[in-house]
Design a protein around this ligand. Structure first.
Ligand code: GLN
Ligand code: ZN
Length: 727
């Protein structure tokens, strides 16, 4: 075969799915939030979303042969699935959004190991789950298309909660029957089953087989899509009665190898996920074309596609005009990924020559930081002074009362604060004027906390937009975008930074504000940092060096920052690791490798003066499985969620030898209601059965930036009253 014509002239079709629903100017957000504010009516929202859908179809059509045209959702596809099978039946959009926000909202949780959050159906709250075909519900109007996309029945149930193991089977079979009823209305449909890549047990696999055989022949051509990792039950998967199977060959190398070794059924179409849907780097066409060629020998009916839904990426690179050109040439956002899918086909067919992969080369390379990481020794990751001894020294220095009180960092970010920050970025106020403004806010907050009687104070984080973006903008080797918005849930979007080079800290990042705050009080002010794992998890990360090296580079920058704090007289430092759990791989067998570097990166960053009290913060309740790893992080105090689980979370700390201090989140800051002293006392009493009183802190369960001042004041007063009573 000639150097150019890899496929010997065979045409391979292209397939794509999951294009971002945000719209290139965040039209999605504007339409829906406008509806919430009564600026738009229901018809307006439908029209706007339908326009985005049309735009997306137009984008697909330019490069892609086959794609679903019914992917749009009014908020969240998992909620839509619950509606589809009749668990909820909103009469209109207003009712639909009551499940998404406000006091009757469903719980939200992370979608696999991504930063997307879905709405969780809790079966324990549904008296008698009665499935029915509810596909004509008006809030599912986008599914009434030629080629809709649905979340599969297994993934939906697996990711729901409140299902007894013994009920799972019956629910699943009942649900499959509903899907069967739904699918007869369509010629073709895409069914997403990302839960197939989880580590499933034999019973679950048997159940999947049973269900999909029951689904059997509906007359609808089903494309079964899996992504995010490899499927462990390939033999069973490949014989499921569906027309096409999609596999992630970027993050699921094992699935690829399986097919090379064992082949692929002749009658089915293999949808080869060759273009990364989770990261923004340009495709390496020679690798993709080689893979495609090998696959073509095994699967005569073959298509090229993205390897994971494209909604983990920003819409388009075209609108980024401030990115350095050396970097930009290496990037592909969702729109560019579509062109890449086509490009792989063209190269395979010999219509296009295979270009080498664009790399950042020496741009962003920093020999000094590489050397520093290369010369790290075991003792850099291990504190010299043991926990108990540190506690004695810190207690002497800090002299805190029993049940010390603190907060997690941020305080209400009012419209005024946000406006000042925007004005500063836009050059409308001078750096000096902005600095004065922030200092004024810090002054007020220090007084506010002293009046309340809090023990460890914070500066309020008024200067920070986002706990990751803020650091990304101050570290070299990380770029931020102007318009690279990605949905994290509902209409909420964030801009993931891009770790493109070696990361280092040119100058202190947060020192000015923390130091300033400390000059205003004799109480300890807590220095506030975002940990390396969280910075990586909420960014797009380079892939040309091991991820542990990237983490250690960031950790060294954080360590230098902590040392600067210490020189400035700061005695307490908190390193937030909000994404520590989320970044864990989907398959448990990969956990050890991940937690190894994740824990080490934390210990490296915080291995400074042992007299500095190190806090960490994680604001979720899924601790059960990772508690052992969390205890390998050598912090002095951890602040965690507790109020939503009513203190139940504390049971996870029983099973292990946990000697550290815990700050229990006695106030659920995700809800606008003010917790009473009694509610807080209940949680404390319950927890005190397990945790010794001298290790116990009181605090809200997360930062207060989304709250208002009046409720913040009332809730903190109650928190202080709780402290007085337990003391
Ligand atoms: N320190 C951060 C804050 O208070 C922590 C935020 C988080 O855990 N998500 O805002
Ligand atoms: Zn938090």
């Amino acid at each position: 075969m000639g150097g150019h014509s890899q496929g010997g002239g065979i045409k391979v079709q292209t397939y794509a799915y999951g294009f971002p629903r945000l719209g290139s100017s965040r039209e999605y957000k504007k339409a829906i939030e406008g509806f919430w504010k009564n600026v738009h009516d229901e018809e307006n929202v439908s029209r706007s979303l339908s326009n985005i859908q049309k735009e997306n179809v137009k984008r697909y059509s330019q490069s892609i042969d086959v794609f679903p045209d019914g992917e749009m959702s009014f908020y969240d596809p998992m909620l839509d699935t619950a509606i589809l099978c009749g668990l909820y039946d909103p009469k209109n959009l207003k009712e639909y959004y009551e499940s998404c926000r406000g006091s009757n909202a469903l719980e939200m949780t992370k979608w696999f190991n991504t930063n997307y959050h879905y709405l969780v159906t809790d079966f324990s709250l549904i008296r008698k789950p009665n499935f029915r075909n509810n596909s004509k519900n008006a809030t599912l109007q986008f599914k009434q298309s030629q080629f809709p996309q649905f979340i599969g029945p297994f993934t939906f149930l697996k990711l729901s909660k409140g299902i007894d193991k013994k009920d799972f089977r019956n629910l699943f079979i009942a649900l499959v029957k509903i899907y069967k009823n739904i699918l007869v209305d369509y010629k073709q449909a895409q069914i997403d089953e990302p839960a197939f890549v989880m580590g499933l047990d034999r019973d679950e696999i048997e159940l999947i087989k049973e269900g999909y055989h029951l689904l059997g022949d509906t007359g609808c051509e089903v494309t079964l899509m899996t992504y995010y990792d490899s499927v462990d039950f390939m033999k069973d998967l490949l014989v499921l009665p569906v027309s096409a199977i999609g596999l992630d060959f970027v993050r699921g190398q094992a699935s690829y190898e399986y097919i090379l070794k064992r082949g692929f059924p002749k009658g089915k179409t293999l949808i080869a996920g060759l273009v990364d849907g989770r990261n923004i780097w340009r495709n390496d066409f020679s690798i993709s074309v080689t893979k495609l060629k090998k696959l073509s020998e095994k699967a005569p009916k073959l298509m090229i596609s993205n390897a994971a839904p494209l909604y983990h990426l920003p819409v388009s690179l075209c609108i980024e005009n401030k990115l350095d050109k050396n970097l930009k040439k290496c990037l592909a956002f969702a729109e560019e990924k579509l062109a890449e899918i086509k490009m792989i086909g063209d190269c395979f067919e010999g219509k296009s020559i295979i270009l080498g992969k664009a790399t950042v080369g020496t741009y962003g390379r920093d020999e000094a930081i590489r050397k520093r990481v290369a010369s790290l020794k075991v003792h850099d990751f291990v504190k010299k002074v043991p926990l108990a001894q540190r506690k004695r020294a810190q207690d002497c220095i800090l002299n805190l009362p029993l049940f010390p009180t603190t907060t997690i960092g941020s305080f209400p970010q009012t419209i005024e604060v946000r406006k000042k920050r925007a004005d500063f970025v836009a050059g409308k106020i001078s750096p000096a004027g902005y600095k004065r403004y922030i200092q004024g806010e810090i002054d007020k907050l220090i007084r506010f906390q002293e009046d309340l009687g809090l023990d460890v104070l914070v500066h309020g984080e008024f200067e920070r937009t986002d706990m990751v973006e803020f650091f990304a903008q101050r570290l070299s080797g990380i770029a931020t975008t102007q318009n690279g918005w990605v949905i994290s849930y509902g209409t909420r979007a964030y801009r993931p930074p891009i770790v493109f080079g070696d990361v280092s800290r040119p100058v202190p990042m947060t020192l000015d504000e923390i130091k300033y705050a400390q000059t205003k009080t004799i109480k300890p002010v807590k220095g506030m940092l975002t940990g390396a794992v969280t910075i990586i998890a909420w960014s797009y990360c380079r892939e040309d060096i091991p991820i542990s090296d990237v983490a250690f580079q960031i950790s060294l920058a954080l360590k230098d920052e902590i040392i600067d704090y210490e020189k400035a007289g700061i005695r307490v430092v908190q390193v937030d690791e909000a994404a520590f759990r989320e970044k864990a791989p989907i398959k448990k067998r990969d956990w050890e490798g991940y937690f190894e570097w994740a824990v080490k990166s934390f210990n490296l960053a915080t291995n400074t003066n042992p007299n500095t009290q190190i806090h960490t913060h994680m604001c979720y309740s899924e601790f059960g499985e990772i508690i052992g790893y969390i205890n390998r992080m050598d912090y002095d105090v951890i602040s965690i969620e507790a109020s939503r689980s009513k203190g139940d979370i504390i049971r996870f700390f029983e099973g292990i030898d946990f000697k550290r201090q815990i700050g229990l989140g006695v106030w659920d800051i995700h809800s606008p209601s003010v917790p009473s002293v009694e509610q807080m006392l209940d949680i404390v009493k319950r927890s005190l059965q397990k945790i010794p009183r001298e290790n116990f802190w009181l605090n809200p369960d997360c930062g207060l930036k989304t709250r208002d001042w009046p409720e913040t004041k009332k809730s903190l007063e109650n928190l202080m009253e709780t402290a007085r009573r337990v003391r």
